[in-house]
Ligand binder design. Structure first.
Ligand SMILES: *Cc1c(COP(=O)(O)O)cnc(C)c1O
Length: 428
């Protein structure tokens, strides 16, 4: 047993953390500092040349943030990780070394609403573009890829509908085309799904959700598998001499850590989307109980979804944890421990009843967040997916008669009782 590889439950508490060398502090301290004293001028020069790894300035690296990066890399089974100030920051940071004017990504059309907006509108200002496809239609994915495509992007369990994506099939297409598969694993977390084991190159997260788990932090992370060949001619930022580092070639110099070093040395240095150490500390605390929370989130979600599905006021429930879901068969392949606790249901009485339902809940909170200890409810069409056309809303699983739930850790019967009274009050 001496050389047993630690399991997920052990890594979520111990990976990246060690007693503080200065004080012996057992919990990872919040290194609330901007800068770090260099040993001498040679040490400073070596750090600035990337010849030695160490701490220079907290826009680039910070010991509390580094502990979280190491933990996330361990939990996802990656070579390295870079934290960012938000999930959306992580998405831009993931694309940054890959992209350039005129280049595109092929993206699933089933995405977090903010990501649809980021990809369909904002990235155009960088000269990048996204082509949205139904990732269940593998021929459409393949057909959308051209010589300017630099990544395929999808969510493992897609927000808000709870669709499960066939990551292995998308990874095979990405592989054939010499481009990375980027998976947003926010809804699943690495406890339920490990995209790198299904062929993903980069895994991005909003730390804001289940990872921190209690609605206290805005943050993001990118985990790199360390296995992608960045020197295939398509990714000059990774393979060609970098003028800002004396002609250093990231892939040649850092191998499996090329993406991680590039994201710190170029991405964080120049885009500045840095996670702060206090946020990293809260997220480290949250991750310590991730497996326990996700088991309970999933168990509660199954109970609530089963109850809703039986209720005559409800048209349909999209939870992939229900045997009736068209995505249920993918659970065994992608997320065998559970389908997380984010799903939608549709009211037969339509849009107005959805709005009244939201105004009638007591225990559930009406907020634009998910993955909290508290159960949350939102009407996506009038909020998170409001900027989308009705066609985009329907494609994203946020049609006007649909309500999104993020089931928390309360007693499931209490959550059901609150939904029951609110459905009655809404005249559904
Ligand atoms: C919330 C969320 C994001 C964006 O994360 P922020 O931390 O809010 O920037 C991206 N993807 C998914 C699936 C999300 O749920």
């Amino acid at each position: 047993m001496a050389d047993k590889t630690p399991d997920f439950e052990t890594l979520q508490i111990h990976a990246g953390a060690r007693p503080d060398p200065a004080t012996g502090a057992r919990q990872v301290p919040i290194y609330q500092t901007t800068s770090y004293v260099f040993r001498d001028a040679d040490h400073a020069a070596a750090l600035f040349n990337l010849q030695e790894v160490g701490y220079i300035y907290s826009r680039l690296t910070n010991p509390t943030v580094a502990a979280l990066q190491e933990r996330m890399a361990a939990l996802e089974g990656g070579a390295g990780a870079v934290c960012c100030s938000s999930g959306h920051g992580a998405q831009i940071m993931a694309l940054f070394p890959l992209m350039g004017p005129g280049l595109n990504i092929v993206s699933s059309n089933r995405l977090y609403g903010g990501t649809v907006t980021q990809f369909s509108q904002t990235i155009k200002r960088f000269g990048w573009s996204a082509r949205f496809v139904d990732t269940d239609d593998l021929d459409a994915v393949e057909a959308a890829i051209d010589e300017n495509t630099r990544a395929i992007f999808c969510e493992s369990i897609a927000n808000p509908g709870g669709y499960i994506t066939d990551l292995d099939a998308l990874a095979a297409i990405a592989d054939r085309n010499g481009i990375p598969l980027i998976v947003d694993n926010t809804t699943a977390t690495p406890y339920l799904c490990r995209p790198i084991e299904h062929g993903a190159t980069l895994v991005v997260h909003s730390l804001t959700k289940y990872l921190t788990g209690n609605g206290t932090v805005t943050g993001g992370v990118i985990v790199d598998s360390g296995t992608f060949n960045w020197s295939n001619g398509k990714f000059p930022a990774m393979s060609e001499p970098e003028p800002a580092y004396h002609g250093l070639k990231f892939h040649e110099t850092f191998g499996p850590l090329a993406f991680t070093f590039n994201s710190i040395a170029i991405g964080l240095r120049d885009l500045g989307m840095t996670l702060n150490p206090q946020a990293a500390h809260y997220t480290l605390l949250g991750i310590e109980t991730l497996s326990l929370r996700m088991d309970k989130h999933c168990a509660n979600a199954v109970k609530v979804a089963e109850w809703l599905e039986r209720d005559p006021r409800v048209a349909y429930v999209t939870y992939a944890g229900l045997p009736s879901s068209p995505y249920h068969h993918r659970m065994a392949q992608i997320c065998p421990k559970g389908a997380s606790s984010l799903f939608t249901f549709s009211l037969k009485a339509g849009y107005e009843a959805c709005v009244k339902l939201i105004d009638s809940v007591n225990l559930l909170s009406h907020v634009a967040n998910l993955g909290d200890t508290r159960s949350l409810i939102i009407h996506s069409a009038s909020t998170t997916h409001r900027q989308l056309t009705e066609e985009q809303q329907i494609a994203a699983g946020a049609a006007p008669d649909v309500v999104r739930l993020s089931i928390g850790l309360e007693n499931a019967d209490d959550i059901i009782a609150d939904l029951d009274q609110a459905l009655t009050a809404a005249g559904a």
